[in-house]
Ligand binder design. Sequence first.
Ligand code: AMP
Ligand code: MG
Length: 349
Amino acid sequence: MRHRATAPNRRDALAALAGAVLLPWAGPAAAEVRHERHFLFGSPVDVMLRQAPQSPAEPALARVMRGLQHIHVQWNAWKPGELGRINQALREGRSVTASPALRAMIRSAAQLEQASAGFFNPAIGGAVQAWGFHDDVMRDGARPAAATLAAWRDAAPSLAQIEWRGDALASRNARLQLDFGAYAKGVAIDRALDEFAARGQGDALVNLGGNLGAMGAPGWQIGIRDPFGEGLVASLATQGREAVVTSGSYERFRVLDGERCTHILDPFRAAPAAGLVSVTVLHRSAALADAAATALLVAGPQRWRAVAQRLGATQVLAIGPDGRGVASAALMPRLQFAGRDWQRRITAV
Ligand code: AMP
Ligand code: MG
């Protein structure tokens, strides 16, 4: 069966659930599970702990939630917060100080931008805004003016154009606007798991709108969502500490001049990425998995393998608009397909 090339219209808050889901554990009886659900980053956030009896869960949970809340406010390019202030300074050509955590994120993102050959580019804020993806609500309308996009492309913003002086950053490129929408959730997952581990809670799962990070034995059972419908493509059990991050062109989009435009942009064209509908990356680092999933979706069917290799992303599932996909040789043996149909349509590379 061939799948429809179009996904259902899910531009409400639930659209952000795309990616992965947590499945009930079918193995040995689970220890007592503490589960908290909040609403952050425009999507549900779940934190689960299989409690270590010797360490109380409450302080660890409270601290992790405070950390996520902080990131939600301060690292959003389009809300009043630290990143918003930094973007304003960059637009005005001023130098601006940044907190240690934000400096660390900008620096690690700059390395990943280079490693991804520029397909992952968090200096893309100006293009995101031109296409209207900075808004919470995805309205239909017209494409941005060609001249606006050409001006952005000519300026070619990159994190490599950031100059550091102590705790302060500046750039000579006034079109450089930071947007960590493709990366901050991954960083947040890593930080949450680090916090749990440091507090003796080594058996935890953090789900930020379908991007999951987990650790502990006997692993957590994860489902990878079908990009075309409500079901699953496959499930797998996490092994040790591991993150499962998905970028989907169907998650957020606008219909502009009658054409569906995804929120994930190709920085070289200043235009929506085309060629793949979903890329899932498994990696020990959720930050790397997040950057890589975005980069590979943009790189597309011909180039993603080379970019994955540069990034050190060995466990990848990439699905195209025809409903066919490929899984890397390292990931394929771990996938339990949700049905014969998906089993036939996903091949190993
Ligand atoms: P993700 O779902 O992780 O792929 O992130 C998508 C979000 O990252 C978009 O909503 C934009 O805010 C931003 N973004 C879009 N294109 C890129 C890109 N090529 N590199 C980095 N960030 C991007
Ligand atoms: Mg990403």
